[in-house]
Design a protein around this ligand. Sequence first.
Ligand SMILES: C[S@@+](CC[C@H](N)C(=O)[O-])C[C@H]1O[C@@H](n2cnc3c(N)ncnc32)[C@H](O)[C@@H]1O
Length: 237
Amino acid sequence: MAKQYAWSNNERERDRLARQGEQLRPATEKLFRAAGTGPGARVLDCGSGGGDVSLIVADLVTSSGEVLGVDRDPDNVEAANRRVADTGLSNVRFEIGDIADPPEGQFDAIVGRLVLMYQPDLEAVLRALADRVVAGGVMAFLEFEHMSSAGVMMSPQSPSIEQLSRWMTAGFEATGVPERVASRLPSALRSVGLVPQPPYELSGRLSRRRRGGAREHPAARAVGCADRPRHCERRRT
Ligand SMILES: C[S@@+](CC[C@H](N)C(=O)[O-])C[C@H]1O[C@@H](n2cnc3c(N)ncnc32)[C@H](O)[C@@H]1O
C-alpha cells in the first residue's frame, strides 16, 4: 500500500515533473483525444503537480472549456496557479484537495497522470471520482506499469537500465507503491461502474540526450515500455 507521495514537492521536483511531462506529452495528448476531451469540456485533473497535464487539457478544451487541477500539496497548487497566471489563461485553476474526496460538482472528464499509483485504496478513490463524472462522461488515466519480476522490456538488455529498474523496485517497495497499477485499471474502473474502452495502450518514449546538451538525438527515440494510458466511459443512465 502506498504510504504517501514520497517525492518532495519542491521546485526541483516540479522541474523533474515538467521534463518527464515533455516526454509523456504525446501519449498524454493521444489518450485525452481518444477519450473525447474537446472544446467546451469541464475537466478535473487529479494530482495536478506543477500543472503540466492541466495545460495539455486546456489546449484541448479551448477557452470555452474549463480545467480544475487538484493536488494535496499546497506548494504545488501555488506554483501551478502562478504558472497559469503567467500564461494568462483564465479557465484553468488549481485547488488544494485530496482526490479521495473530490471537489463538488460534475465533470465531463476526470483525468490524471501518475497519480493513481500513489493511492492506498485505488478502488475507493475511483468510486469517489466516478460520482463526479456526468453520465456519458469519461475518466482517463495514464499510469506507470512497474513489473520488477518481468525485467525491462527491451532488446538487447542494458545492464544500466536493469540496475535502474532494481533501484526503482527498491524505491517503490520502500514507499509502498504497488506494482502493476496500470494493468489493474480496466478491472478497477469496471468495479466502480465504468465501461473500459479498449484498445489499451502500452506506450512510452525512450530518448537519449546528447552528452553535455539537452537536445535529443532523433535516431535515439523509440517506443518503449513506460506507461499505459487507459480511458473509460461512464455508462449513460
Ligand atoms: C508524480 S506527480 C504527477 C503530477 C502530474 N500529474 C504530472 O504528471 O506532471 C503526483 C502528484 O499527485 C499528488 N497526489 C498524490 N496523491 C494525491 C491525492 N490523494 N490527492 C491529491 N493529490 C495527490 C502529489 O502531491 C503530486 O503532486
